[in-house]
Design a protein around this ligand. Structure first.
Ligand code: HEM
Length: 485
């Protein structure tokens, strides 16, 4: 992706007015990103975690999944996967799109409005049963239109081509291919969500997706949308963050291909065949991204907690645990406990841990603030999440499958730890965005030709001589973009 603004001495914009216009555009994008992130935090904390936590308490008290309405549990999954992760993805997606006619006008705000209204209606339909025959399909429709608008805006960006006789097809790098696979799965998931919502509204008795279809749908969400999404962005950033050699592109492509095959098998009810494909895909992805390789250089941890590389690796370990539990579940699950453990290892251990580890490294810079509020808070968040997830994934199969009855008593504790992690993460982001001064007021004071007053840099690092605000900038191996707090 290209750099949007680069203001460095010797390469100044042609006029002050043009510069102001650029800063204003950049400020608008940053505000929009904050809006998406605030939306994600809202759905993560309120509908997401409250529904999840209360479900866990009920399930533990009554010793079984039958204690909670499936619509309630599905509303929790919807809020976490689409409301939290989906909102972050759309926000960062709009932020990182280069300037085009489509994303300059009202389209991004319209997309946010439709998406958020759709999510709220889905919550009202699934958790409160409020007018669900209307709200359920309507929410699906609004979310579908929002995704189509997002994809339309993304499609307006053309990859640079060679010219004349040297004209070559633009090359889509492996990390981008993984992200595109994830986007395709997100679109499919949202389209299915609308279709099933419409079907239930006309013919169903509850807003809950029937169990069999829900299981296939969860494969699409977990291994079709979340896993390739994290692999793609990891392939882009992790080698730099961890200080390891560049990604093995071909291996990543093979991992993603196996994953896609696994998802297709899972959606065709070939669960026993699906599980090993997903497991090999998850292992190969971590080998391709060199997550567990010995680093050549120190990890980039300035401004964040020094445990950053440990938790990045822990998240990848969870992805492998999730896939192996999936193999076990495909052969032995009776009451949903092993599948539940596998799903939790993937959604919380892998996806949520990656967001809570890499987010503090990246998001403040995308949103135009100088740095993270508290590295210690980041550490506390990650310790709680790791402890909660370890407890949950290890005791859920034992409790649900009736292997160790005492495990029912431990499950609520895992929920408390994870709830704590979610709340601390939300607090961290709120304090970071609220307290730190935005780079933009100072940017206004910058005049072409004068000495640069800023060195905030961006997630990829812009060196020390000027400032840049860029969209998913080219990562630089030596840059350490954050200042020491
Ligand atoms: C705060 C921590 C969380 C708690 C306490 C929690 C709790 C639960 C519970 C009790 C279930 C019911 C099924 C089962 O027991 O396995 C469930 C299902 C689920 N959770 Fe979570 N969860 C949490 C975080 C997350 C996160 C972060 C995500 C996604 C990013 C997520 C996605 C899902 C999904 C997709 C389902 C399956 C929904 C369905 O059956 O359609 N959860 N969760």
């Amino acid at each position: 992706m290209s750099t949007l603004i680069e203001i460095v001495p010797g390469r100044e914009p042609s006029s002050t007015m043009e510069h102001h216009a650029q800063v204003a555009r950049e400020r608008r994008k940053s505000r929009l990103l904050r809006l998406w992130i605030a939306t994600g935090i809202f759905f993560m904390v309120l509908p997401g975690t409250i529904l999840g936590f209360s479900s866990l308490l009920l399930i533990s008290a009554h010793h079984g999944l039958q204690a909670v309405s499936p619509a309630w549990i599905q509303a929790h999954g919807h809020s976490q996967v689409f409301g939290w992760i989906g909102s972050f993805v759309l926000g960062i997606g709009f932020y990182s799109q280069p300037r085009t006619r489509a994303n300059q006008g009202r389209l991004p705000v319209m997309c946010w409005g439709l998406w958020t209204t759709g999510l709220v209606l889905h919550w009202l339909a699934g958790a409160c049963l409020w007018q669900w025959r209307v709200t359920l399909p309507l929410s699906g429709l609004l979310e579908l239109v929002a995704i189509l608008l997002f994809l339309y805006a993304a499609s307006q960006h053309k990859l640079p081509q060679g010219s004349g006789a040297m004209r070559t097809k633009p090359r889509i790098e492996p990390w981008m291919q993984a992200v595109l696979v994830s986007n395709a799965a997100l679109f499919l998931a949202i389209a299915f969500n609308f279709a099933i919502g419409l079907h239930l509204a006309i013919q169903g008795f509850t807003p809950a997706i029937p169990h069999d279809f829900d299981q296939k749908y969860l494969v699409l969400l977990g291994w079709g949308f979340l896993a390739p999404l994290v692999w793609g962005f990891s392939a882009r950033w992790l080698p730099i963050f961890l200080g390891v050699k560049p990604v093995r592109g071909r291996l990543l492509q093979i991992a993603v291909a196996l994953d896609v095959l696994g998802v297709i098998l899972g959606m065709s009810h070939q669960t026993i065949l699906m599980a090993p494909f997903l497991a090999v895909g998850a292992i190969l992805a971590s080998v391709a991204i060199r997550v567990f390789s010995v680093p050549d250089r120190p990890a980039k941890t300035i401004g964040i907690h020094a445990s950053f590389p440990v938790f990045l690796r822990a998240a990848y370990a969870w992805s492998i645990v999730a896939s192996l539990l999936g193999v076990w579940a495909s052969m032995a699950d009776v009451h949903g406990g092993i599948w539940g453990g596998s799903r939790h290892a993937l959604t919380v251990g892998f996806a949520a841990m990656m967001v809570m580890t890499a987010g503090p490294r990246i998001l403040p810079h995308f949103a135009g603030v100088r740095g993270l509020y508290s590295p210690r808070l980041m550490f506390a968040t990650l310790v709680l999440l790791f402890a909660g997830c370890t407890l949950r994934v290890s005791v859920e199969p034992l409790a649900y499958e009736g292997i160790v009855p005492f495990a029912w008593k431990v499950l609520p504790l895992s929920g408390c730890l994870e709830l704590g992690a979610v709340l601390l993460f939300a607090l961290q982001l709120i304090l970071t965005f609220a307290r730190e001064p935005s780079i933009f007021p100072e940017a206004d004071r910058f005049r072409p030709g004068s000495a640069p007053v800023l060195n905030p840099s961006c997630a990829g690092g812009m060196g020390t001589s000027g400032y840049g605000v860029s969209a998913l900038p080219q990562p630089k191996h030596d840059a350490e973009p954050l200042r020491q707090p």
